[in-house]
Design a protein around this ligand. Structure first.
Ligand code: PGA
Length: 252
């Protein structure tokens, strides 16, 4: 399976000019990276501009979407709109969406199904908070998020899904999860996917790690077969660092 590196720009940068400059710089550097799928998820407002910059070395993704395809839902953006704009991926259930916008497992389940039915690939984020980790509940939380998030997702569609293990305490803190622990979590997720969907289907679902990934620690995760890619936040706002991460991963 080809490794995948995803940039989550979050709510950055604040001007279109900066977004175009960053995208262009990533695109130029990405040409030299082989055997890695590179995805950029800019804010909605920059999708159109970055689409015209797009290049076969880079795929476009969105950071969120709504669960209906059209209608009276003020302020929302639908999976079909994203597809028609050239997006291939949609991040669903990022912990910042869960935390600041009250997104529940039930809402995320609807989003995942809508993304899949539009023919896009959901990047489904799961992960425990620091408190849950300290209480020894990490695996319970991951199990609940997966089971609820994937309720009645069809076996046929599930192959387009990917799961990003993102411990909440590791996001944006500079305290990356030790790779051995991320691998243990990935093994647990894989076992659960095997149980839920069977090994043949589970094998098609990449498991990624995210949380304070940088050029120094990136390869620690992807050198192990259990982790097939990375979701990168802060470090993706620096084209040199981001493509440096992709290059390290391509050598694993
Ligand atoms: P970070 O963010 O790399 O800045 O920790 C990762 C994420 O939120 O996906």
């Amino acid at each position: 399976m080809k490794k995948i590196i995803i940039a989550n720009w979050k709510c950055n940068p604040i001007t279109l000019k900066e977004a175009e400059r960053l995208f262009d710089s990533v695109k130029r550097r990405a040409r030299k990276v082989k055997n890695v799928e590179i995805v950029i998820c800019p804010p909605f407002v920059y999708l159109l501009a970055t689409q015209s910059f797009s290049h076969r070395a880079i795929k476009l993704g969105s950071q969120d979407c709504f669960w209906e395809q059209k209608g009276a839902f003020t302020g929302e953006v639908s999976p079909l709109m994203l597809k028609n704009l050239g997006c291939k991926y949609v991040i669903v259930g990022h912990s910042e969406r869960r935390r600041w916008f009250g997104e529940t497992d039930e809402m995320l389940n609807k989003k995942i199904k809508a993304v899949l039915s539009a023919g896009l690939k959901p990047i489904f984020c799961i992960g425990e908070t620091l408190k849950e980790r300290e209480d020894g509940r990490t695996f319970d939380v991951l199990k609940e998020q997966i089971e609820k998030g994937l309720v009645s997702v069809s076996q046929k569609e599930i192959k387009d899904l990917m799961i990003a293990y993102e411990p909440v305490w590791a996001i944006g803190t500079g305290k990356a999860c030790p790779s051995s622990e991320a691998i243990t979590a990935a093994l647990f997720i894989r076992k659960l996917l095997n149980e839920l969907f069977g090994q043949k289907i589970s094998k098609t679902i990449p498991i990624l790690y995210g949380g304070s990934v940088n050029i120094k620690n990136a390869a620690d995760y992807t050198k192990e077969i259990q982790i097939q890619g990375l979701l990168v936040g802060g470090a993706s706002l620096d084209a040199k660092e981001f493509i440096g991460i992709a290059k390290r991963v391509s050598k694993n």
